[in-house]
Design a protein around this ligand. Structure first.
Ligand SMILES: *Cc1c(COP(=O)(O)O)cnc(C)c1O
Length: 386
């Protein structure tokens, strides 16, 4: 690799996390009212984990991650859009791939060409998928999304009698599963989490009464999965947990997850700064003692957040050191006063060094965002090594 800044992706950690999640949910019998049955196959005895690998597997590299998980027995994947699904198929993924996004305005050719499983999440998506299937003379297996309170995609839970009969009457759509998505599973104080589960139960009963049979149900994102086994239904749908990050403010020590990503770089230059001088764009940092700065070649173009300026930390020689001055496009400055450093020394931006660790959760808390954003934003310029 020619660039010093590299993301090390630990596929064994992702497989370990997948197995830990599987073991947790397999401790419970599936309680679906009918089997998962996309192709007339026998239902698996165990609750499947739908591995969410959207957004390039949360920055970790979708193809490598999905193939590692498939090798470990993963039986379904989920992605945000059709193009992400095609990427997985091109990489050789053979298991079902659920596409979360609305497919109302997309060219649906690749759904059929690559055997993807679309979500029917709006009336216009249903119409578009039905028309595309009819044009090809095929029936397509879909998952039906119910909006139980998030007010994003999905058919409103309280309006199903009006919207769903038309969908069920579409001759080229086969609904294999029904799902919903929680808006507040990571906010323990919000009553909406329980409310959405209750609404989903009612919606499933209503759909059954309309004649929808032989479908599975799924709802649990990472936060719901660790909070309430009643949300597991017939499959769970974790993303963040697979990558070894627990959604804040929740804890899941028993799960024993391993962080899958470390972001490392190397010092490329060391520089002395005199009293009262500033450093970096805007000279937003000064000090009243002489300081030594290390220049590290990673900046906002690599996905580092500009709010790390004068706030974030990195690990150098086993010590936690402050990022000073602004985050530049391609570089940051780190105060290394008092430690003996030279160009080439390792810098850890996310990960551990010695007995110190900087987690994606810590970085997110430092800059006031969520860990999902921290890992998803890792720039395309950063080489991933596996
Ligand atoms: C992203 C996503 C998930 C996974 O969410 P995590 O919080 O990362 O576990 C599950 N379901 C849907 C519909 C999603 O969009």
């Amino acid at each position: 690799m020619t660039r010093p800044t590299v993301a090390h992706v630990h596929l064994d950690a992702i497989v370990h996390n997948y197995k830990r999640i599987s073991a947790l949910v397999h401790a419970m019998e599936p309680k679906g009212f009918s089997p998962w049955d996309n192709a007339g196959a026998k239902a698996p005895a165990l609750l499947p984990v739908i591995c969410v690998v959207k957004a390039n597997a949360y920055g970790h590299g979708a193809a490598r991650v999905a193939l590692a998980l498939e090798g470990a027995g993963a039986s379904m994947f989920a992605v945000a859009d059709i193009a992400e699904g095609v990427t997985l198929r091109d990489a050789g993924v053979t298991q079902p791939i659920l596409v979360f996004g609305a497919q109302s305005v997309s060219d649906l050719g690749d759904v059929f060409a690559h055997g993807l499983t679309p979500t029917v999440s709006t009336p216009s998506a249903a119409t578009a998928i039905e028309a595309a299937a009819a044009a090809r003379g095929v029936t397509i297996g879909c998952h039906l999304k119910i909006d139980t309170g998030m007010n994003r995609l999905g058919f409103r839970h309280d309006n199903l009698a009006r919207t769903i009969p038309g969908v069920l009457a579409m001759p080229h759509l086969r609904i294999d599963a029904v799902y919903t998505h929680f808006a507040t599973a990571d906010r323990p104080e919000s009553p909406m989490f329980d409310e959405q589960r209750v609404r989903f139960d009612r919606a499933c009963a209503a759909l059954g009464a309309m004649g929808l049979r032989d479908v599975r149900r799924h709802a649990a994102n990472s936060a719901a999965l660790i909070r309430d086994a009643r949300t597991w239904y017939d499959a769970v749908r974790p993303g963040l947990l697979l990558y070894g990050v627990v959604p804040p403010p929740l804890a899941a020590a028993d799960l024993d997850l391993r962080p899958a990503l470390s972001l490392v770089s190397r010092i490329v230059a060391v520089k002395g700064v005199r009293v009262g001088e500033g450093a970096g764009y805007g000279l937003h940092w000064t000090d009243d003692t002489p300081r030594t700065l290390a220049i590290v070649p990673a900046g906002y173009a690599d996905g580092l957040d500009t709010r790390l300026a004068n706030r974030g930390h990195v690990l150098i020689r086993g010590q936690r050191r402050a990022i000073v001055g602004s985050v530049c496009m391609d570089m940051i400055l780190v105060d290394v006063t008092g430690i003996d450093v030279s160009p080439g020394d390792a810098v850890v931006l996310i990960g551990s060094q010695g007995d110190q660790e900087i987690t994606a959760r810590e970085v997110a808390a430092t800059i006031g965002t969520i860990p999902w954003e921290v890992i998803c934003r890792l720039g395309a310029r950063i080489e991933r090594t596996y």
